[in-house]
Design a protein around this ligand. Structure first.
Ligand code: NAD
Length: 477
């Protein structure tokens, strides 16, 4: 039975891919108004089905409705609005200046759609991370096949319904399923692959893309640090970090993974964190498990992985300052603050992706900078300080996909900024104009005049005159 459905999938993938290939040729010269109409259809479906979206995501991991509204529905909606507002100007060919050596010609960059694109998305923001890239693909004039995550089946089914009710499959299609489906899709010669997920799977995607020389955007993860300088406003920093770390139950690619805190402020800061966790998630004192505002871990496998990280850290000498309670039946993992952590603990070696917050201390800022620079470049880096000089120093001395001063996570919502990682945390950028560019080929167009041109005197046979011209070109241009 399974084999039959596998074969069926394979045939369907071929059929849809060929349909999209044909369609993509027509989309190559699609005007802004046609693309905007597709974006408006998507926007309309989302607006009309907000309750269905909430129900599906809640069914997957009990994400609180306000969190769904802000981090899934609002984010996609704002991406659509931003694209609709700016699309005409993004699509306009960009004229570039002409050097003297090219006198008589004109040049411009033409933004043509890459063509048939594959979007593979993860489970942690299952709606936002599948639909956000689709907005950019449609804005750029591409067709797209989406492979949502198998770990959030309710949301994946909803995305499929959305797409089937909104688009022709020659324009957008969804293939649900596990790794096998992703692998079958990856065998096709896509013009672009937009992958969001872990660095280890990112490497597999890049290898598969290499077979067809498909271009890739890899939105990956890793360990994003937050530095708490000795001149930080501790209460303000604690409020922001507790929200950024524990929203979505810590399952956020740009959540602060661990903290580097100046030794002089460490005791006061961990206390501020604890106060803030209680204020946000346990105001009645009955336990965080009673809060309606705290999501759950996506499945028992991930809960066990996190429990292992915690027990490994404890066995090696870390101390639980707050939290530590778990309930496997409910996939519940309490917000947990860990102190006295050391590098040899697994919690400091792999991306945590859950509500465990390890804290390391440092004495001089160079120590914190050297520590970050000794690790793979993070997706995001956060620095908290009232001293703007200290923040500048940290940002100048480190490399990361994004950097935020005195806040965390929020740069995801700023669609005028490129979003993405660097090396281990990702390749390429997303959101707004940068998402449009990711799905566009920046075609270089040079328009030459007919008749005499600046380059003709250089054609062979190479006489004394042409040699002199070449020498003066080298000297003067
Ligand atoms: P994952 O890499 O396990 O899976 C992502 C997608 O890849 C899923 O659709 C899955 O089916 C598919 N996949 C898994 N194994 C595959 C294989 N061998 N071949 C082809 N496809 C395969 O990631 P996840 O667990 O869903 O998500 C968590 C990771 O994603 C974390 O590392 C997190 O930091 C990262 N992430 C990054 C961003 C970002 O914007 N940079 C956003 C969210 C999550």
């Amino acid at each position: 039975m399974e084999q039959v459905s596998q074969e069926l999938n394979l045939t369907l993938i071929d059929e849809v891919f060929n349909l999209q290939k044909e369609k993509s040729l027509k989309m190559r010269h699609s005007p802004a108004v046609q693309r905007i109409a597709l974006l408006k259809k998507l926007q309309h479906w989302i607006n009309e089905h907000q309750e269905d979206i909430r129900r599906a995501i809640f069914a997957d991991f009990k994400k609180p409705y306000p969190e769904i509204d802000i981090s899934e529905i609002f984010v996609v909606n704002s991406e659509i609005k931003h694209a609709i507002k700016n699309l005409e100007s993004w699509m306009k060919p960009k004229k570039v200046s002409t050097p003297l050596t090219m006198l008589g010609s004109t040049s411009y960059i033409h933004y043509e759609p890459k063509g048939v694109c594959l979007i593979i998305s993860p489970w942690n923001y299952p709606f936002n991370l599948a639909l956000g890239p689709l907005v950019s693909a449609l804005a750029a004039g591409c067709t797209a096949i989406i492979k949502p995550s198998e770990l959030t089946p309710h949301t994946s089914a909803l995305i499929r319904r959305l797409v089937e009710e909104t688009f022709d499959k020659a324009q957008v299609a969804v293939f649900e399923g596990e790794v096998e489906v992703a692998q079958k899709l990856l065998a096709k010669p896509f013009d672009h692959i937009f992958f969001t997920g872990s660095p280890s799977v990112g490497k597999i995607i890049m290898k598969a893309a290499a077979e067809n020389l498909s271009s890739v955007t890899l939105e990956l993860g890793g360990k994003s640090p937050a530095i708490i300088d000795r001149e930080a406003d501790l209460k303000d920093a604690a409020e922001k970090i507790v929200w950024g770390k524990f929203v979505n139950c810590g399952q956020t690619c740009i959540a602060p993974d661990y903290l580097l805190v100046h030794r002089s402020v460490q005791p006061a800061f961990v206390e501020a964190l604890k106060t803030q966790v209680e204020k946000m998630y346990d105001p009645s004192g009955k336990g965080v498990e009673k809060s309606n505002d705290y999501a759950r871990i996506v499945n028992v496998r991930h809960l066990k992985r996190l429990k292992h990280l915690l027990s490994d850290a404890e066995n090696k000498g870390a101390q639980i300052y707050y939290g530590g309670y778990t309930d496997e039946n409910e996939c519940f993992f309490e917000p947990t603050i860990l102190t006295a952590v050391e590098d040899h603990m697994e919690v400091m070696q792999e991306e945590i992706f859950g509500p465990l917050l390890p804290i390391k201390t440092y004495d001089a800022i160079e120590e914190a900078i050297d520590y970050i620079n000794s690790k793979p470049k993070p997706l995001a880096l956060y620095a908290f300080s009232k001293n703007s000089g200290a923040i500048k120093r940290i940002f100048k001395a480190t490399s990361s996909g994004g950097a935020v001063a005195n806040d965390c996570v929020l740069h995801f919502l700023q669609n005028e900024l490129p979003f993405g990682g660097v090396n281990n945390s990702g390749l390429g950028k997303a959101h707004g104009h940068f998402g449009f560019l990711a799905f566009s080929n920046e075609k270089a167009v040079l328009q030459q005049r007919i008749g005499f041109t600046a380059s003709k005197p250089l054609f062979p046979p190479y006489g004394l005159a042409s040699k002199k011209i070449i020498q003066s070109l080298i000297k003067w241009f």
